[in-house]
Design a protein around this ligand. Structure first.
Ligand SMILES: NC(=O)c1ccc[n+]([C@@H]2O[C@H](COP(=O)([O-])OP(=O)(O)OC[C@H]3O[C@@H](n4cnc5c(N)ncnc54)[C@H](OP(=O)(O)O)[C@@H]3O)[C@@H](O)[C@H]2O)c1
Length: 251
């Protein structure tokens, strides 16, 4: 057994939604380092181009696709454009955070569309090819708020709880055909998603104090876990929600 047979992604193609920022950006770079050709999808062309250029300049293979996952049509367009995909990473996500009493149906629908409907549609569209080729890995990014409420979990927590359920359903359906589905569960990670919360030093310190590591998460904390879940060595790990949170969830 060698490292490549456990973690190598040579010859694999990975689609990383939200791969132009934060956790998705780090995962895109990590999968390219392990040998995958990475397709980065998001709305903003500039950040996609920067990401693709960064991966290429580090010696990796990457391409970018502009995609808006807030509509079902946008999800289907991405699936049409992506070509054969072996590893699907659902990192695109939004968190609008109004207090629940102020949360209207538009916020609910917008949250569910990006955080839950897009992973569902992309799974339905891309898994058949994975099954046909006998290899597939679906990795979704959930949240502590899937299982505990804090910081106005609102629609966001509900969408992430459902995303974890979706991953278990995908695992049930497709693992015997070589396609696993797992979830990485961050704690509080300093990314643009959390710009508003992160601007309050008191909040940042109190969230760091809820970890055992004594610090909040960084996007690169997800790199090794993503390579593991994308690679051949994790074939028997499926339907799991794996915390990458410095101990936040067990404190
Ligand atoms: N940061 C945390 O503390 C934390 C904690 C728990 C869970 N998470 C989850 O981790 C994932 C990544 O979060 P992050 O912190 O890395 O966020 P981020 O830095 O804000 O990145 C979000 C990414 O999603 C893309 N995106 C947003 N809306 C989109 C849409 N409608 N269509 C296509 N792409 C879209 C963004 O690009 P464009 O804006 O250009 O489209 C960006 O690439 C999310 O699912 C989030 O819920 C994060």
């Amino acid at each position: 057994m060698d490292l490549h047979s456990l973690f190598g992604l040579g010859g694999r193609r990975a689609l990383v939604t939200g791969g132009s920022s934060g956790i998705g950006l780090a995962i895109a770079g990590a999968l390219a380092t392990a040998g995958a050709e990475v397709v980065v999808a998001a709305r903003g062309r500039d950040r996609i181009d920067e990401t693709v250029a960064g991966i290429r300049s580090a010696g990796g293979r990457a391409a970018g696709l502009v995609a808006d996952l807030s509509t079902r049509a946008g999800c289907h367009e991405l699936a049409d454009a992506a070509g054969p995909i072996d590893v699907l990473v659902n990192s695109a996500g939004i968190n609008i955070r109004p207090p629940l009493s102020d949360l209207d149906e538009d916020v609910w629908d917008a949250t569910m569309s990006v955080n839950l409907d897009a992973p569902f549609i992309l799974g339905q569209r891309l898994a058949p090819g994975m099954i046909e080729r006998g290899y597939g890995r679906i990795i979704s990014i959930s949240s502590q708020q899937a299982s505990r409420a804090f910081a106005s979990s609102g629609a966001y927590g509900a969408s992430k709880a459902a995303l974890e359920g979706l991953a278990r359903s995908q695992a049930e359906a497709w693992t015997a055909s070589g396609v696993t589905s797992n979830v990485l569960v961050p704690g509080f990670v300093l990314t643009p998603l959390n710009r508003r919360l992160a601007s309050d030093p008191g909040v940042v310190a109190s969230l760091a104090a809820r970890t055992f590591a004594g610090r909040n998460g960084l996007p690169d904390d997800f790199a090794a876990a993503a390579i593991f879940l994308a690679g051949p060595g994790s074939a028997y790990v499926t339907g799991q929600s794996i915390a990458v949170d410095g101990g936040f969830s067990v404190h």
